[in-house]
Design a protein around this ligand. Structure first.
Ligand code: URP
Ligand code: ZN
Ligand code: ZN
Length: 460
């Protein structure tokens, strides 16, 4: 299988230029002007942008959560990701408290095997740390190629670990070249605000938002950064939403500390005014919640200032009937929303087209930095000789409208229904195979492969 992409506007995290790309088998073999090879397929990319396949570092597929399961599985989730130009996703394995990491890994391997259409890897969520789990952490890094360990500072009783466990985990992970990632919100504060609101009869989705004020995220982010500083471990804060939390990161840089930060498309594009829509607001019940316009401004600036390295989705969709589990009590609405499909297009339309970020910054935060931080670079996340031929051919001028009637996610609503955007993923290659063309998927279940990741010790 060989493909020649002609005359595209190639964009990487450091350069952009017009050239051709020659692909043989799964890899990029040559990049240059006027390439001439005898190939099976030639694609004319004149006037199109060529990006490395996107990497979404934060998705939840087929995940048991709040008494139900997220509604996209490995098949539908990676399919929708491919349609939007995301060729690799990193999902979360959840340890059941009292059980081993390896048992959880077995369960997640079954979910993915024969089903994934796009490539995937796993973060391992440690929800119960002890000496036996410490040994498993080392085995995950050295044998399984799973080098990132997710922690929760909230969701007490199901997922949360305490600060003592956090510090012990960081010490083991640091020693073996992994990274600790965190859902950084103060679980105890949130739980008490949720209880107060329920007791007062404040039961609509608006109170989900009001039970997680900015301080709950700012405090936990600062505490996590302090623990990272104390242990010297590499760390990454997921789904950051607000100015207060970002200021904690800014403060950490004053002591020359490097920590990585992810935000998500919804926090850049949507805001908390949506919580005034009665029960419809359940569509945006996620944790942390949407914030204010001033937070959106802070996040865009944080991307440009290099304080935020990645933009993920925290894709965790639930059907409307699942959201209705909380119609009389916001605390029973499963947290999460559908997002995996439109991450790149929204970021391009709202970020690049409006001049908020450059083309190279777009590539950095949508692909390259995640590959570097999580040990997949340069196999993934860039366009270079020897890299996997995960490639997007993107029409920068195509206008389209987001709708649940046309999206590919297994969700019967969209948080962006009717939103008009400019820029569309046109053709997608996954490891040298055409995955998406002419609005159709040409790959099938099982074509997606697990990406074994390396331990990383250097900062990006
Ligand atoms: O609301 C969310 N974010 N649901 C998924 C679980 C998590 O906290 O990331
Ligand atoms: Zn979270
Ligand atoms: Zn999440």
């Amino acid at each position: 299988m060989s493909i020649l992409i002609k005359n595209g506007h190639i964009v990487t995290a450091s350069e952009d230029f017009i050239a051709d790309i020659y692909i043989e088998g799964e890899k990029i073999k040559a990049i240059g002007k006027n390439l001439s090879y005898d190939v099976a397929t030639t694609i004319d990319a004149t006037d199109k942008l060529i990006f490395p396949g996107g990497i979404d570092p934060h998705v939840h597929l087929d995940m048991p959560f709040m008494g139900t399961y997220s509604s996209d599985n490995y098949e539908t989730g990676t399919l929708a990701a491919l349609f939007g130009g995301t060729t690799t996703v990193i999902d979360f394995i959840l340890q059941t408290q009292g059980d081993t990491l390896h048992n959880a890994l077995k369960t997640w391997k079954k979910k993915a095997k024969g089903n994934a259409i796009g490539d995937y890897s796993y973060h391992m969520a440690v929800t119960d740390f002890n000496n036996d789990v410490a040994k498993e952490v080392v085995q995950f890094i050295e044998e399984e190629g799973i080098t990132s360990f997710k922690t929760f500072m909230a969701y007490k009783g199901a997922l949360m670990i305490d600060d003592g466990q956090m510090v012990q985990l960081m010490k083991v992970v640091k020693k073996h070249g992994g990274i600790v990632t965190v859902h950084a919100t103060n679980g105890d504060m949130i739980d008490s605000l949720v209880s107060k609101n329920r007791e007062a009869g404040n039961l609509s989705p608006l109170y989900h938002y009001l039970s997680q004020p900015e301080v709950t995220e700012a405090e936990a982010s600062a505490r996590f950064l302090d623990m990272l500083h104390y242990t010297g471990c590499r760390g990454y804060i997921v789904h950051m939403t607000c100015e207060g939390a970002l200021n904690a990161v800014r403060k950490a840089t004053l002591r020359n500390q490097k920590a990585y930060v992810e935000t998500c498309t919804q926090y850049l594009v949507l805001d908390a005014s949506l919580y005034e829509k009665g029960f419809e607001a359940a569509k945006w019940v996620m944790s942390p919640p949407l914030r204010e316009k001033k937070d959106q401004n802070a996040l865009w600036s944080g991307i440009n200032q290099g304080l935020i390295q990645t933009v993920g989705t925290d894709h965790c969709p639930f059907l409307w009937e699942q959201k209705e589990m909380g119609k009389d009590d916001f605390s029973k609405i499963p947290n999460g929303h559908p997002a995996i499909e439109h991450r790149m297009e929204l970021l391009y339309s709202e970020g690049v087209r409006t001049g908020k970020i450059s083309l190279s910054k777009f590539v950095e935060v949508s692909a390259t930095n995640a590959a570097k931080i999580f040990g997949m670079y340069p196999q993934k996340g860039t366009l270079a000789i020897g890299s996997d031929a995960d490639i997007i051919i993107f029409d920068p001028n195509k206008q389209h409208t987001i709708s649940a009637t046309t999206h590919h996610m297994n969700c019967d609503y969209s948080g962006y229904e009717g939103k008009e955007i400019i820029g569309k993923t046109e053709t997608v290659l996954l490891r040298g195979k055409i995955a998406i063309a002419d609005d159709s998927c040409l790959l099938t279940s099982g074509d997606g492969k697990f990406v074994k990741r390396k331990a990383v010790t250097e900062n990006i």
